[in-house]
Each structure stands twice: as C-alpha cells, then as structure tokens.
Design a protein around this ligand. Sequence first.
Ligand code: ATP
Length: 197
Amino acid sequence: MLKVGITGGIGSGKTWVCRVFQHLGVPLFNADEEVKNLYQTDETLKGLLITEFGNSAYTPSGDFNKAFFREILVDSNKRESLNQIVHPLVFKRFEEWSSEQKSPYVIKEAAILFESGADKTVDKSIGVFAPLEIRMERVIARDNRTREEIQTIMNMQLSDDALKSKVDYTIINDNEHGVIDQVRALHQVLVNEARHF
Ligand code: ATP
C-alpha cells in the first residue's frame, strides 16, 4: 500500500484537492481532523496535555481549550512539545486505518506534514500551492479570522520555497491551472508508483 501525504499552507486548497482525489476513489485520512478528534476523546492524551500545559488545556466543561492553545502555540517550543505528544498517536491511527483500506494508494492530508514528522509516515508527498494573496482571500471568505491572524499562521508555516524543495509532486491551485486535470494526471502516476509498494 502506497501512502501519500498532501500538504500546503493555510488556504492553499489541500482539502479542495483531496476532495478531487476522493472522487477518484482514493481513501482519505485527514490528520488535522483526527488530531481534533483525539483532543476531545482520548483520555490519555487529555492527561498528558494537562501535565504539560496545565489545567487551562481544557475548559471547566472538559472541552479542549482552543483559545488557550491558539495563544501559546505562537511559541515554537510549545508547538514542538505539543507535536511530540500528539503526533505519535495520530501516526498509530493512520497505520491502523491504512491497513484496513483496499486501494492501490491512500492519502493523508496534513497541514504540517513536515513540521510534525508525518512525512516519515508516508512514501510520497504532494504540495499544494497558491499565491499568498489568493490564500489570504480564500481564508477570509471561509473563516471568521482577521488578516493579522491569518498572517501569523502563514508565518509559522513553511515557506513555499522550503516546501517545494521537500515534496515529490506539486499541484498549483491558483484559479488558473485546472486542478482536476492535475489531480487526474497525478493519480495515474501514483497508481503506477503503487505497483512497487
Ligand atoms: P487549511 O490549511 O486552512 O485547512 P486548505 O489548504 O485545506 O486550508 P481549503 O479549505 O481547501 O484550503 O481551501 C480554502 C478555501 O478556498 C475553501 O473555502 C475552498 O472551498 C476554497 N478553494 C480552494 N481551492 C479553490 C478553487 N480552486 N476554486 C474555488 N475555491 C477554492
């Protein structure tokens, strides 16, 4: 089973691109959704986060405290600590899920594929790219976030140049290049590639 990671900066269109792969029948594992799910449901993880970050990690009603983490994760050391706690659990989930899939290859969508070390859990990687201003406009239209907040997230993520040097394949999602044709072509490449796995 070939495992393929898809990543890209905020608003680049990872989810959009993954939806096209899903239409072609490729199973999708959404690492970011899985993390959110674990924060809320995994009691062991909850205990680890409270030990590491204090009682504010969860609200009095027991929910993962998003606002608290949004504030502290601007600090790269804290991001690193959180990654070290949560990502091994997600990696394990991905392994279990992959072994249950019946297709030449599977995809894992992850906003921070390289930063989290998840690149080591996949065989090939795809980067989704779009100009910064288009990304900014998309996220403003999608989320209730200010330009400043979006810029802060962009600053924490790998630059396009850094990401381009790491991925095996690229998809340009800039409203000019056709995404469906790019995904179809890449799908053929990956189906062929999967024969070696
Ligand atoms: P995040 O890292 O925040 O999860 P993302 O990379 O997954 O972002 P998407 O959610 O796929 O990005 O795309 C951002 C927004 O732009 C969404 O509302 C999506 O519907 C829209 N969008 C993305 N690509 C296109 C496109 N090619 N044409 C039209 N709308 C698009």
